[in-house]
Design a protein around this ligand. Structure first.
Ligand code: BES
Ligand code: MN
Length: 457
């Protein structure tokens, strides 16, 4: 069989590949915003047509939320079948005033493409689509059967995707899943991610009296929900040790092997540079763990938003009737969002003042994922990254979440190879998101190499 050599092809095709990505990033596919339903669907239609035009026969699968795009190459019984997953939805763009250019009018500057979703996740999934396109364009046989699953709800926790995965489980027998939706430590430092944290995200609403009250007339004799909320939240974490104080929170955490702790300690990382980059006077976190461990293998408790009472200029003497907060916990293997919800609810219930009413709602959740560093996929992934980037890769974990990855394991019985192409300064979820074109080219080369490693021939 003739083998595909991507280097000169990528060189010839650069403009074409970039123009396609620019079209992709132009869709304002913000999944959390109901007003953006039409562009989400338009983006899914566009992807379907793009895939079909490169020999990946594609269709939309309705989910009850935003549609998923599913495409398949020609299937050959003697070749393994790989699932390539990504997402076409993006995060909101606010604060819009801080963008230097329109988030949905992608701009190329200094080898970078700026736009919302350029890195998370359009540029990254584009690398795999373009790898498939190079095979199609040159008439080179694909070494593996490919199924693409590109969804529109990752950024809202993939609430409707499980049935799609269950249907795929009936249709195909996958040998592995490939995902590029994570990061690498720095430019020219490729990385394989062998673990993701999970997530449990809640909104807590406390109410006191049935109306805001004059703080002079009523103050002293009535409960203040803002104060109750700050007390309750403060009780969740010890500021000295950085330990989360919700009873039972750490009970089921799986220990991390000595081998992996040694591997993490070997990943180049400077606390000082990290601190300076963030403009912080000092770092903080759980006692007994390094910064990387705190971000990768330990859980968190964070207030994401907090609101109550008077926020205008000057003063208003008022006791607010309500206080709200959004809190999230990043979870590590052994923990799951349902279990953590029970613990969190019962803890807050146990410390809630009787004068205050409380409502807790779940906003979203994701289970953590861990791939054993001795799994054979890891070696294949490292070799492919080396071929794609021309440098020795490292093994990392990530603190972020890709909710469906653990579902792949449970439903398909298949492990996932996470080969991230994002950089720490890509500004994912923030203004002026960008994607490094060098990582696009390296990503395409990595993808081609990986298909040969995981495929036949
Ligand atoms: N691509 C990210 C996750 C990510 C980014 C992992 C960088 C590792 C490094 C993904 O799109 C994301 O943002 N996930 C959300 C999931 C949530 C909304 C359920 C997250 O982690 O906050
Ligand atoms: Mn994201």
């Amino acid at each position: 069989m003739n083998r595909l050599h991507p280097d000169s092809l990528i060189e010839q095709q650069k403009d074409e590949i970039l123009q396609g990505l620019i079209e992709f990033v132009r869709f304002p596919s913000i999944s959390t915003d109901p007003e953006h339903r039409p562009p989400l669907r338009a983006c899914a239609d566009w992807l379907r047509d793009r895939l079909t035009s490169i020999g990946i026969e594609a269709e939309l699968r309705e989910t009850g939320g935003h549609p998923a795009v599913v495409g398949r190459s020609e299937m050959h019984a003697d070749r393994p079948t790989l699932l390539i997953y990504g997402h076409y939805d993006v995060q909101p763009v606010d604060p819009l005033a801080l963008w230097n250019t329109d988030p949905f009018e992608p701009v190329l500057r200094d080898g970078r493409l700026f736009g919302r979703g350029a890195s998370d996740n359009k540029g990254q999934i584009w690398a795999h689509i373009q790898a498939a396109r190079l095979f199609h364009m040159t008439g080179t046989p694909l070494p593996a059967n490919l199924v693409f699953l590109i969804e529109g709800e990752e950024e809202i926790g993939s609430p409707h995707l499980t049935p799609v995965v269950e249907a795929l489980a009936k249709e195909y027998q996958f040998t592995s899943v490939i995902v590029s939706d994570t990061g690498m430590p720095g430019p020219g430092q490729p990385a394989l991610t062998n673990g993701l944290r999970g997530l449990a995200y809640f909104e807590v609403v406390l109410t006191g009296a049935n109306t805001d009250l004059h703080s002079g007339i009523f103050g002293g004799a009535v409960p203040n929900p803002a104060q109750a909320l700050t007390h309750m939240l403060a009780a969740c974490k010890d500021p000295q040790t950085g330990r989360i104080l919700i009873p039972g929170f750490y009970d089921d955490i799986e220990p991390v092997s000595e081998k992996e702790r040694v591997s993490i300690a070997g990943v180049p990382f400077s606390d000082k540079a990290f601190q300076e980059q963030l403009g912080l006077a000092a770092l903080e976190g759980e006692e007994g763990f390094s910064s990387l461990e705190r971000r990768w293998i330990r859980p968190t408790f964070d207030i994401n938003g907090l609101t109550s009472g008077f926020q205008g200029e000057g003063a208003k003497t008022v006791i607010p009737a309500e206080a709200r907060c959004k809190v999230s916990m990043r979870l590590v293997p052994g923990q799951d969002p349902d279990g953590v919800e029970i613990l969190f609810r019962s803890f807050l219930e146990s410390i809630r003042p009787p004068s205050i009413q409380m409502e807790i709602s779940v906003i979203h959740g994701a289970r953590p994922y861990h791939l054993d560093i001795d799994h054979p996929l890891v070696e294949a992934g490292l070799q492919a990254l080396k071929a794609g980037f021309g440098v020795e890769p490292v093994i990392i974990r990530e603190g972020g979440s890709v909710p469906i990855v653990q579902t792949f394991k449970q439903v398909l019985g298949t492990e996932t190879l996470l080969l991230g192409l994002g950089l720490p300064d890509d500004r994912c979820h923030a203004p002026n998101e960008k994607f490094e074109l060098d990582n696009l080219w390296a990503g395409i080369r990595t993808s081609v190499d990986l298909l040969y490693r995981l495929g036949q021939g």
